[in-house]
Design a protein around this ligand. Structure first.
Ligand code: ZN
Length: 167
């Protein structure tokens, strides 16, 4: 397989625009550098990763990703109230903010703020895009081998692999 083809353990750089069913732009790399990700390591939603596999540099893709291969279905659990004083004093909780909490087994679980009132912050385990079909317009701009360090970390370290980064 060509070294310029999207495959596991390759770092892929791509431009993307993500829209929802209504045609609203949710996110885009337009006006920014292409986004790098490490293929086969769950850096991007499964449905997009699957459809990018095997594409070459310069390829353009329109990909529709259903919730099951995107950010999941919406659960029917209502948002759970958390007392405001459980948040650090320097944090001003706002709808849409993401936090990571520890689950019962010590696992890390992402949560999002749904809304707030005087005393509470209401959190949900649903990703803000849960239940949405995602529409991606993608152009692949570069594909390269990952470095040992990138493979060990499971994510890319910038466009060339030599950029410093913060953990
Ligand atoms: Zn790293």
């Amino acid at each position: 397989m060509s070294t310029n083809t999207v495959a596991s353990d390759k770092v892929v750089l791509f431009h993307y625009t993500l829209t929802n069913d209504a045609g609203d732009v949710i996110d885009t790399s337009d006006g920014h550098d292409p986004m790098p990700y490490l293929h086969g390591h769950g850096n991007i939603v499964p449905g997009l990763e699957r459809q990018l596999t095997g594409l070459a540099v310069g390829a353009k893709l329109s990909a529709d990703v259903p919730p099951g291969e995107g950010y999941g279905e919406k659960s029917d659990r209502p948002p759970q109230p958390v007392p405001r004083d459980q948040f650090p004093p320097d944090v001003d909780p706002q709808p849409g903010m993401q936090f990571v909490v520890q689950g019962p087994e010590g696992e890390h679980m992402p949560v999002w703020i749904e809304n707030t009132d005087e005393q509470h912050v209401f959190i949900t385990f649903d990703h803000p895009l849960a239940g949405e079909t995602l529409h991606f317009a993608v152009e692949i701009t570069a594909v390269r081998d990952a470095t040992e360090e990138e493979l060990a970390h499971g994510h890319p370290h910038g466009p060339t692999g030599n950029e410093g980064h913060h953990h």
